[in-house]
Design a protein around this ligand. Structure first.
Ligand code: ZN
Length: 371
């Protein structure tokens, strides 16, 4: 396994250009964060305008494909910038995950690479470009100091699942912080033996761990649902509302995410996904702590507001209602049990790996849960 911290110029240019695009041509689904650099960028584009080639390219993607081409697809193609060897793995990904744009593959690729170059030229030698480069350099140094901890964490996780061989030949590229986040806080992109992780939170080890675990859990969720398509609607039904608000009603993403969240947030911490544990994790000392948490966690705030919760007192009164509405998660409860079963199966039979265990046992667990 190799872990490399380095910049990926393509997605960085893309995210910066998106700030320009959504500052000048606002769309209801564009989200612009409020950091020092995004504010600078917005000011810059409002004054100087946005390079026309990249504007036309985004128009083409967002309007012609009616949101079928979104952030993830744009990042995937941007990762070809200066990395032509990624073209074949990308083509395979598009065939499998975005078949509707397969006939446009070359057109998108060529127009996009031209547009990124044109955009790069348009900001050359600007203060914005200099500040972004400086921040990137600093961030890379900071992240490199985390490398030993990241390595230990990944090894420990994959040895729990008995799947260390999965990461033998993998190269994980972790980019510096994405200073211009759009919709995702983080994302991982797979090119056969290369996984590229982009996230918008500096020094958040948990987020990196989450993205790395996708390389194990996403294919597993896909395989399980290919073999057990009958369970697809059941997975959606058992998931909690909070997840569906974030990830939509796609059974493969819901299952993949839940395999990861249940492992990192519940199993590793030995905290079952119950109301009692939820309360314990949300026990605010006083109003001030509650309000601070409220401001920092926009998703929590949004969900609370829908139940007319805006004070600690109302939260305390309605916490059960909040839990039942958003957090109650039968899928997570099922996976939580499965992890314990896997742990004891390993004690009896050391070589059992999570992939085999999951594929041969999870359907039984789901059957019990659904009666
Ligand atoms: Zn995820």
């Amino acid at each position: 396994m190799r872990i490399i911290i380095k910049n990926e110029e393509g997605p960085q240019l893309m995210y910066l250009a998106l700030i320009g695009y959504f500052s000048l041509y606002p769309k209801s689904w564009g989200k612009i964060s409020n950091t020092f650099l995004t504010k600078k960028a917005q000011k810059y584009f409002r004054k100087k305008g946005l390079d026309n080639t990249i504007k036309e390219f985004f128009d083409f993607c967002f309007m012609h494909f009616n949101n079928y081409v979104g952030e993830a697809t744009l990042v995937y193609f941007a990762l070809l910038y200066k990395n032509p060897q990624r073209e074949e793995p990308l083509l395979n990904y598009i065939k499998k995950s975005k078949p509707k744009i397969l006939p446009f593959f070359d057109e998108i690729k060529e127009n996009y690479l031209l547009a990124l170059n044109s955009f790069k030229k348009s900001i050359k030698n600007s203060n914005l470009e200099k500040q972004t480069k400086e921040a990137t350099k600093k961030d890379i140094l900071k992240k490199r100091s985390l490398l030993p901890r990241i390595k230990t964490l990944i090894k420990k996780d994959f040895s729990f699942f008995n799947t260390l061989n999965y990461i033998d030949n993998q190269t994980f590229i972790i980019t510096p912080t994405n200073f211009f986040p759009y919709q995702f806080d983080a994302g991982s992109y797979f090119f056969e033996n290369e996984v590229i992780i982009i996230d918008s939170e500096p020094l958040n080890l948990g987020l990196i761990e989450h993205e790395v675990l996708h390389s194990l859990m996403t294919p597993l969720a896909e395989e399980f649902l290919e073999q057990n398509s009958y369970f697809a609607p059941i997975i959606v039904e058992l998931s909690c509302t909070k997840r569906k608000m974030t990830y939509g009603n796609n059974p493969t993403s819901l299952l993949g995410e839940e395999l990861i969240y249940t492992y990192t947030d519940h199993f590793k911490k030995k905290l079952a996904p119950t109301y009692q544990n939820f309360l314990q994790e949300h026990s605010f000392k006083n109003e001030k702590y509650f309000q601070q948490f409220f401001v920092r966690h926009s998703g929590f705030k949004h969900r609370c507001c829908k139940l007319n919760i805006n004070k600690l007192q109302t939260f305390k009164k309605k916490s059960k209602e909040y839990f039942n509405t958003y957090e109650k998660n039968k899928l997570s409860e099922t996976i939580y049990q499965l992890y314990f079963q896997f742990q004891s199966a390993k004690k009896n039979k050391k070589q059992v790996n999570f992939r085999d265990f999951f594929l041969s046992n999870f359907n039984k667990y789901l059957k019990i849960k659904t009666g």
